[in-house]
Design a protein around this ligand. Sequence first.
Ligand SMILES: Nc1ncnc2c1ncn2[C@@H]1O[C@H](COP(=O)(O)OP(=O)(O)O)[C@@H](O)[C@H]1O
Ligand SMILES: [Mg+2]
Length: 184
Amino acid sequence: MVQKIALFNHKGGVSKTTTTFNLGWMLASKGQRVILVDSDPQCNLTGMALGEETEDDEARIQEIYNTTSNIKTGLAPAFESQPRAIEAVDCIPVQGRDDLFLLPGHVGFAEYEVTLGIAQELSGSIQALKNLPGSINDLLEKTATKFDADYILIDMSPSLGSINQNLLMISDFFWYLQLPIFSL
Ligand SMILES: Nc1ncnc2c1ncn2[C@@H]1O[C@H](COP(=O)(O)OP(=O)(O)O)[C@@H](O)[C@H]1O
Ligand SMILES: [Mg+2]
């Protein structure tokens, strides 16, 4: 059974993304199968995991964005009322580290924030919204099953919005990150 761990702080710059990547790498190096989930529309984890360093890399990563499934396309059946079931995302293997995979983020994922917020408040009374609050968990569980994952590590955006509320509710553990303040 997969364990989902959310890495959270409502501020930026406290090492959520860096810790997600390095924790995932370490767990995978110890033989665990790990999926890194980029839920931050800034997509820094996606860039880090795909090795975004040069201009050539940017073109390669753009190609990946355009052709592979990601957190937004994975949730589209629920959020865009498409008549099909949610399916596991085709995660991307992280180069150089067996057993480590990326569920890519998408800059447009933020578009689902308002809809999810309404659904979380009103889903008891509006039939069409009832599937939304459970859809992120459904996507992650199906993806974990497909990849036989032991851990899902979720890199969150710095906010207290409805997507983060949902991610914290569906996670087994969360890590509230605070970088120590150094004085030089
Ligand atoms: N343990 C660390 N020690 C020193 N610098 C770090 C550490 N973790 C992250 N950083 C640096 O801090 C900055 C913010 O880290 P990042 O992981 O992007 O934070 P967040 O995802 O919370 O916004 C980056 O420049 C990163 O390289
Ligand atoms: Mg980040």
